[in-house]
Ligand binder design. Structure first.
Ligand SMILES: Nc1nc2c(ncn2[C@@H]2O[C@H](COP(=O)(O)OP(=O)(O)O)[C@@H](O)[C@H]2O)c(=O)[nH]1
Ligand SMILES: [Mg+2]
Length: 362
């Protein structure tokens, strides 16, 4: 017969400030000895406006974003990705470009999204801690619904990492050439050879399907507070230039498991962690976008099998990216008379032909 774990009890004194009223209460919780030890490592300090309800960090009472942390929630997010079709019928694939400093987790995100779909952690060769990053060329990865399955409408594009200044890493003109669709697949970036009409495979007249439909800035939560002035400048300049092209942009904040013990225990605390809230605010400030554009994720990095909550956070980030693309490109899909809504006149839910894309809109 399996032995039952010995249970320990602990008294918690909690104080909650609601306006000018302070409510104090005591509760008792039971847990095993191992858990008891773990809890005491992170239980201090207490803050007056938060409740340490998990015992593993500074966790706010109410999460500021809601997610359904259930198998069902994961299933429906996964299904949404598999069945996603861009609202703009001319778009075959949604091409999402990941940009960020070396080691921020760009390649890991691609690996992680593929892992979610395959149901097991993949060990692709392009991830690591090389100081300048492994990827030197433009490489696009289809996301398939399962191993050997049909590609979904999402393509994730990896490029050379951003440098600290203008002299290293992906340059602004090269980034814009990729976004506008001029750079051919596999283009090898060279600091002394910017992409131009003479570049081999250069596309002088790229189609809407050659361009990038969402720019994602990837930042490491462990390093975001100490982002250099040069990198901040690079990110903000890119952000402003991409805004001029009317391409949606979001920030992917990776390594969230490494900045908060509660999140390390379980990523479902990501939107209840005060530390994470601060990091997300900083990430938004660094890039120059609102906090609502910041999507935290934990990439698969040390584990060999996928887990439900990590999948949910990754799929939720993908969902928001696809949503941002639909919201933006919808404006460039004028409704046909049959599709037009009598009240608002905006695109109907059914896919319609995209007459001009943001980049090429004049
Ligand atoms: N703990 C943790 N490690 C991560 C995460 N994302 C990436 N890594 C690790 O960070 C390192 C650099 O990641 P990589 O994807 O190669 O970065 P890239 O240069 O931006 O493509 C690798 O060792 C990854 O395993 C994350 O969310 N959490
Ligand atoms: Mg990489």
């Amino acid at each position: 017969m399996p032995s039952r774990p010995v249970l320990y009890a602990q008294l918690f004194l909690c104080t909650v400030n609601v306006g000018w009223v302070t409510v104090s209460f005591v509760f008792v919780e039971h847990f095993t000895f191992r858990r008891l030890l773990f809890r005491h490592m992170w239980i201090w300090p207490f803050h007056s406006d938060s409740i340490i309800d998990s015992g593993v960090g500074d966790v706010l009472l109410n999460p500021w974003r809601e997610l359904s942390w259930t198998e069902k929630g994961r299933g429906s997010l996964r299904k949404n990705l598999v069945s996603f079709k861009p609202a703009c019928q001319s778009l075959n694939q949604v091409r999402v470009l990941l940009m960020g400093p070396p080691g921020s987790g760009k390649s890991s995100f691609i690996n992680s999204v593929r892992s979610v779909m395959f149901g097991r952690v993949l060990l692709l060769p392009f991830i690591g801690t090389a100081t300048k990053g492994f990827i030197k060329k433009l490489k696009s990865y289809d996301i398939r619904s399962e191993r050997g399955g049909k590609p979904t409408a999402l393509t994730l594009c990896d490029v050379l990492a951003l440098g600290d200044g203008e002299t290293t890493g992906l340059t602004l003109p090269d980034a814009l050439a990729v976004i506008k669709g001029h750079a051919p697949e596999g283009h090898k970036f060279q600091s002394d050879a910017p992409i131009k009409a003479e570049t081999s495979g250069y596309r002088p007249n790229p189609s809407v399907n050659d361009q990038i439909h969402c720019a994602v800035f990837v930042l490491n939560a462990c390093q975001v507070m100490t982002t250099s002035e040069d990198l901040t400048e690079t990110l903000r300049t890119l952000q402003a230039e991409i805004s001029d092209l009317d391409i949606p942009q979001v920030v992917l904040l990776t390594h969230v498991d490494q900045v908060c013990h509660a999140v390390q225990e379980d990523v479902k605390f990501v939107y209840s962690s005060r530390i994470l809230q601060e990091k997300m605010q900083k990430a938004a400030e660094v890039v120059g976008l609102p906090v609502s554009y910041v999507l935290p994720v934990k990439n698969y990095s040390s584990e060999l099998s996928v887990s439900c909550n990590t999948d949910i956070l990754l799929l939720s980030a993908v969902h928001h990216i696809l949503q941002a693309v639909d919201d933006t490109f919808e404006d460039y899909c004028p409704p046909t008379p049959a599709d037009a809504s009598p009240v608002t006149g905006i695109c109907s839910a059914s896919p319609v032909q995209c007459q001009s894309s943001p980049v090429f809109n004049v």
